[in-house]
Ligand binder design. Structure first.
Ligand SMILES: NC(=O)C[C@H](N)C(=O)O
Length: 484
């Protein structure tokens, strides 16, 4: 059951080949059997899952089932889940039971999906390796010496090991796409504002966006159908008519104009990754696409601009964790200042503290113009680069990450090197445009990803290209040998 696509699972459920309860038990058992090695799940919601599966089975019997009804899902532990621990990978929220559901959680519930549990992640989504979690590092099922990527590393590892057939992630600077690339998955970051941020613990609000993590582009389209849509409870949610993101999957790629940003293929890109991408580009050419080099002249500024804007926004967002209202509170505080200082000092991990300090500094009087304002101006230049490129080509193609998964511990003492893991993903968040990563082969037995970047609202076109590519390749069907 665990090697089927969502459409295959849905058909099997409709045809009563197995029930949702049986399917749910199968994945719960896999989690129990394998997650000791991976550490991908923080909270298992077994009882709730079986209740939801029973409900789904009655919907299937009554003929009121949707595409995802009865199919199990794992959610990144950044989504608030009513009555269920929601930690965001932090000691600060280790005791936090969310009093309400994120809109995304509600949407999956009404679609009839079955929640298996909540996945491990970098603390407050800050990281590219899932090593900053209070709950310990997540291991990559392709090689347990390797990181799964981050910050949605738990969702990625669980999905790659077939502990669930679908999962959610969030992406502020690459957190869906980079772990998808490192774990051989499809990961899609939609256009900013497509998926409601209501009930998603905020990191950098002008960049955060939730999206699907799956094995195939078709599956990602089905998930996005369930996740997307206007929500009055999120002021940045876009009011647009609903669309079926799978509607263009079968379209031909004849005449598709692909741009290769020259800055994304230069120094710093692992030579074997570059070579593997050449093979992928050849496949797309065979399907009728034409390829040309394009220029994104401000690319080198994206990491520095991001590491001002994201910490600035996080320093503001994370000021709500004060030991007073919810979350971790230090013991025996002598006065209010002591309560604030020690609750925050003891509740946050090192990477979160680093970013709060950078952000607070960048926003402080006298430095605002030099850092934050400047970074916002650069953000506009980066966005203009994409605008210009999309006048020449339909989509851009690049590596998702400069290297395959690195080893656990390899970069923890060097934050700047760690930040460079997202060098090809960050500019997309700064511009607010959509991008996805798809499996594109292996380098030294570790998976690599290919990133497709589109203009605003081009998700269905990106999924079309990814789907056509997946008809010609079988990278996405590989299962790591220890988890077959
Ligand atoms: N949250 C993300 O999208 C990951 C990025 N590496 C960050 O640490 O900010």
């Amino acid at each position: 059951m665990h090697d089927l696509t969502l459409t295959e699972l849905s058909n099997a459920l409709q045809q009563r080949k197995f029930s949702s309860v049986e399917l749910t038990r199968h994945f719960l058992e896999r989690i129990k059997r394998y997650d000791g090695q991976l550490n991908s799940v923080i909270t298992l919601t077994e009882e709730l899952a079986l209740q939801q599966a029973q409900l789904a089975d009655s919907r299937l019997q009554q003929g009121t089932a949707d595409a995802l009804t009865g199919i199990p899902i794992l959610h990144k532990d950044i989504f608030c889940t009513k009555g269920i621990k929601t930690t965001c990978g932090s000691k600060m929220l280790d005791n936090f039971i969310a009093p309400y559901n994120a809109t995304v959680i509600d949407k999956f519930e009404s679609a009839g999906a079955v929640m298996l549990g909540k996945t491990n992640m970098d603390e407050f989504a800050m990281g590219s390796s899932n090593e900053t979690s209070y709950y310990g590092a997540v291991k990559n099922p392709w090689d347990i010496q390797a990181v799964p990527g981050g910050s949605s590393g738990g969702s990625a590892a669980a999905l790659a090991a077939r502990l669930a057939p679908m999962a959610t992630g969030t992406d502020t600077g690459g957190s869906i796409r980079q772990p998808a690339a490192l774990c051989n998955l499809v990961g899609l970051k939609p256009t900013y504002g497509t998926v409601s941020r209501y009930g998603i613990i905020a990191y950098a609000s002008s960049l955060d966006q939730a999206g699907p993590m799956t094995h195939t582009a078709e599956d990602a389209g089905l998930l996005l159908n369930a996740m997307a849509g206007f929500d009055g409870k999120d002021s940045t949610s876009l009011e647009r008519p609903p669309e079926d993101y799978t509607r263009h999957l079968q379209d031909s790629l004849k005449g598709l104009r692909i741009g290769l940003p020259q800055q994304y293929f230069g120094d710093g890109l692992n030579a074997d990754v570059a070579q593997q991408l050449e093979t992928a580009i050849a496949v797309l050419k065979q399907l009728g696409a034409t390829v040309k080099t394009v220029d994104l002249p401000n690319s080198h500024l994206s990491v520095p601009a991001y590491y001002i804007i994201a910490p600035a926004e996080c320093s503001s967002n994370l000021s709500r964790f004060d030991g007073v209202r919810f979350g971790y509170r230090c013991e025996n505080a002598v006065d209010l200042m002591d309560l604030y200082k020690r609750s925050r000092g003891e509740g946050f991990g090192a990477e979160v503290k680093r970013r709060i300090m950078i952000g607070t500094y960048a926003l402080s009087a006298g430095y605002y113009d030099a850092y934050y304002l400047k970074a916002q101006q650069i953000r506009r230049l980066i966005s203009n680069d994409f605008k210009q490129a999309f006048q020449e080509v339909d989509v851009l193609l690049s590596p998702t990450s400069p290297t395959p998964a690195f080893n656990i511990g390899e970069k923890v003492d060097d934050p700047v090197t760690m930040y460079l893991s997202d060098i090809y993903t960050i500019a997309i968040n700064l511009a607010g445009i959509p991008a996805l990563s798809i499996p594109a082969g292996f380098v030294q037995n570790r998976p690599i990803g290919l990133q497709l970047i589109g203009n605003y609202f081009s998700e269905s076109r990106l999924l079309n290209i990814a789907h056509q590519y997946q008809q010609q390749t079988n990278w996405h069907q590989q299962i790591p040998s220890a988890f077959t």
